[in-house]
Design a protein around this ligand. Structure first.
Ligand code: BV8
Length: 269
């Protein structure tokens, strides 16, 4: 049994109905951050699930600019399989509960995700900050042309090149998934949007709730957002199946499957 700071008890398998909802009344602001665990019950592999390996190599080693430079066809094969899996995945009750909560709270709500699967948008969430990019876009690996929508799951040689850069004698530039790889910085606009939401709540003197869902707290800077929110006075919650690396930084920890825990915590029946 896991006790939260208020001594309330949550234990795996606890009937969702018994999980009291988080108070989101008044001018309460809610900042939600999701990880791959929220999409597990939609059939998508998590990073630490399956040992975090792809073709026997750590995903963190495939999802890097170095891996793409060394063998772009292999990295495209990796993202082709991820696209194929995500293309048939359906949003689950946890994704849907977040979309319903956005509709209820309006701009008192912000959803930030580490996921690139697009299931939040598919569930009806309208304003999603995709911290680590999206499977469904590609961009040039050299120029700063805007990313383009790209749903092709079979990306095999000859690999796609950038139409803007395809001007001999310049060497053609390969297209790459519009995803933030390990060792690459996040889009500053994403980080700013999170900071702005937290600062606005503090400025308004509003109660701020930070809820992390389905994330192991391994990957930075996302793993540190709970500290940033807590420093701004937020009440912090983690809804996760297994213990997380950063769970000690949360006021409340609810252990259980997202499709049961998230609708209960958000009061979505
Ligand atoms: C950067 C896109 C500047 C790719 C991703 C500080 C300390 C240590 C390391 C670093 C640090 N700062 C920077 C680093 C390096 C690195 C990093 O964090 N490395 C880790 C591995 C140690 N960070 C970066 O490189 C970042 N860039 O910092 O730039 C810089 C640059 C160079 C050097 C210094 C600074 C970029 C990070 C983004 C990388 N891209 N995704 C792709 O998807 O292919 S990250 C990727 O992995 C995902 O997007 C996600 O963010 C992460 C996986 O984490 P989770 O989603 O949490 O998944 P995980 O499997 O770990 O856990 C799932 C959880 O769900 C589990 O706990 C499980 O219990 C739970 N679960 C399972 N089923 C369910 C469930 N929960 C509920 N219900 C269920 N049914």
């Amino acid at each position: 049994m896991v006790q939260d700071a208020a001594g309330r008890g949550y234990h795996p398998g606890m009937r969702a109905a018994a999980i009291p909802p988080i108070d989101l009344g008044g001018d309460t602001r809610l900042l939600v951050m999701t990880g791959s665990g929220i999409s597990a019950e939609s059939g998508l592999a998590t990073f630490r699930g399956a040992g975090g390996l792809w073709e026997g190599e750590r995903v963190e080693a495939v999802a890097t600019p170095e891996a793409f430079a060394a063998d772009p066809a292999r990295v495209w094969r990796f993202y082709g399989t991820r696209r194929a899996a995500a293309a048939v995945a359906v949003p689950n009750a946890a994704h849907l509960a977040l979309a319903a909560t956005e509709a209820r709270l309006g701009d008192r709500f912000l959803l930030v995700t580490q996921n690139v699967d697009g299931l939040h948008a598919a569930a009806g969430s309208r304003h999603v900050i995709e911290l680590h990019g999206s499977l469904w876009r590609s961009r040039c690996s050299r120029c700063r042309a805007a990313p383009v929508e790209d749903r092709s799951a079979d990306v095999s040689p000859p690999l796609p090149t950038c139409p803007a850069c395809d001007r001999p004698p310049a060497r053609p530039a390969l297209m790459r998934p519009d995803i933030v790889w390990f060792g690459e910085s996040l889009n500053p606009a994403s980080q700013e949007a999170v900071g702005q939401f937290i600062d606005d709540a503090a400025l308004a003197g509003a109660r701020l709730v930070f809820l992390a869902i389905g994330t192991s707290g391994n990957v930075w800077p996302a793993a540190g957002y709970v500290r940033y929110a807590a420093e701004a006075g937020a009440e912090t919650w983690l809804a996760n199946l297994d213990p997380a690396l950063n769970e000690g930084w949360f006021d409340h920890v609810v252990a259980g499957p997202a499709t049961q825990v998230v609708p209960a915590l958000l009061g979505v029946t």
